[in-house]
Design a binder for this molecule. Sequence first.
Ligand code: GLN
Length: 244
Amino acid sequence: MKLRLLSLYPDQMNIYADRGNILFLQHRCEWRGIDFEVTRCGPGDRFDPGDHDLLYMGGGQDRDQKAVAGDLIESKQASMRAAKEGGAAILAVCGGYQLLGESYELEGETIEGLGLVDLKTVREPGPRLIGPVAIEVDLDGEPKVLAGFENHGGRTRLGNCSPLGKVIHGHGNNGEDGFEGVREDNLIGTYLHGPLLPKNAWLADHLIATGLEHHHGERPELEPLDDGLEDAAHRAALTAARKG
Ligand code: GLN
């Protein structure tokens, strides 16, 4: 078996070393004897949606988002749409998450997004939404907890689409409605960034299984791994979120 990951703007959209999530996916595949391929997709690059099982875009500052947004639409929008419709897994974090939506409005300027999901982000007056966060998520018919860290000035509001989860601790999409992230088909957008996957190994495995299903047509039963360290990291993140 082989998982083919596409890393979107690895140099531009990587504000909290979000690329560590890719290393984590790679190790979990290799520990199980699953081949892992990473293709970098930067400014100007195009891709064939059938060639990739998991698309990943990390977080970025406003200026990084401005730098890639035009290129994202011009050279990648059609392939991103086709990849989503074809059932590829998509994970977009923070600034990458905002760019999946219709637009990001800030200081009199509007950055146009990919329009893959019905959501909008606006930089409203008020403090940045920063801190440890925990959310309850149900991806496989069994509620689980994601624990991590958020840091965003933009407030995201969902239109006709579902949140990834409900906020247990922290701010979430906008600090008001109690929701975090977005989920549609096999696309996930979230504000939880930095080492999201090492702290939440179950989400990494969910993405791996979804990607392998995309490539091989059948959802595999993944071999369990020794997650002692990952579980400890999850507990520490959750404890931090509980304390606020
Ligand atoms: N620039 C965006 C915001 O501040 C996203 C930030 C990020 O990716 N950490 O809302």
